[in-house]
Design a protein around this ligand. Sequence first.
Ligand SMILES: *Cc1c(COP(=O)(O)O)cnc(C)c1O
Length: 410
Amino acid sequence: MMQKDFTTGIISTGYFKKDAYNALQMPLYANAAYEFESAEAMADAFQGRSAEHTYSRITNPTVQYFEQRVQKITGAVGVTALNSGMAAITNVILELAYAGANIVTSSHLFGNTWSLLSSTLAPFGLETRFCDLTNPEEVAANVDENTCAIFLEIVTNPHLEVADLKALSAVAKSKNVPLVADTTIIPFIDFHAQDFGVNIEIVSSTKYISGGATSIGGLVIDYGNFNWKHSKRLEAFAKQFGPMAFTAKMRKEIHRNVGAYMSPQTAQLQTLGLETVELRFRQASNSAKELAKRMKSLTGIKHVNHIGLEDHPYYSISKEQFGEYTGAMFTFTLDSQEACFAFLDKLKLIRRATNLFDNRTLIIHPASTIYGTFTQAQRDEMDIDDCLIRISIGLESVDDLLADIKQALV
Ligand SMILES: *Cc1c(COP(=O)(O)O)cnc(C)c1O
């Protein structure tokens, strides 16, 4: 059951076991292994007949409590915390893909995800079909019997393209293919991915959840709403575990073997981050919209791209899917790359840094940084514009941010 109020739900999530010292904050269990009373109890734990912890690459009480909070608030059947957003994406793909399989996605992807698919996984025989995810017919035409997933980012970074999730889910359902969504840009507060037919949600918890860029982390959230007998890799698990097949294989095999489980130190920081994420997200979203609105009338800025502004092509679909709060990231364009560099160099309050959803406002020129090692042809394929600047709004006042932008434009 999903809890109605986000923050109440997060804060009231109980522990699996009563804490030995009644600690109010989940203690940091910074240990690698766990001891057993008997050889039999040890065998039971290793063979899955008991839920005791064995080794912290597989499970850990502090990480499990973080997962439990996310599971309770999202209504998911299983949550796995990994040590980065990229580890979460990699684990999901390694669970679904096989040599000869294909994944249908957009060329509008986070740069490292694009590279993971195009460079890292392609040599293992996974084909990636880049298509226009805002065109369901094109997506349907790209799916065949070897499609292991349709993968998308719910708001593409940095283009801010928003696909219609219900339309994509209809295609996915009709073809018996799971819909996998990277939802990092809009956290699971007002936006409920499962209501739009998403089967597996992936989040870089480094961003909003970490509580001010304290740590790197990722989440795989399984809604148990796909019939895994249709997945070549999961058929056997589907017979044994039914709707729990995805999480069962993730926990019993994939994340255990890949070895990218979240560290307990990170889980403790991010557990605390969850307690304030609703507050921070709402404030940063409001500030981003207000700042974007005010920046539209500044001379020197060619175009402001923010999905929460009414004249944006994806305004209606964003509102339908995400509600009033459309996130703290937006982009704008200046006349040239030189103008972008000169502008960035003059900023005093806004910080030149990658990352998103820190408590401080961060700014970056994507073409020369995140996409800087790609060729011009690859950047063209990904529609990365030399004149584009990406900004991620923090918790500073809008007036102060606008003043900094104004002084840097002259
Ligand atoms: C940052 C980001 C990632 C990668 O997450 P890390 O935690 O940095 O590994 C993946 N997808 C999107 C949309 C992101 O913004």
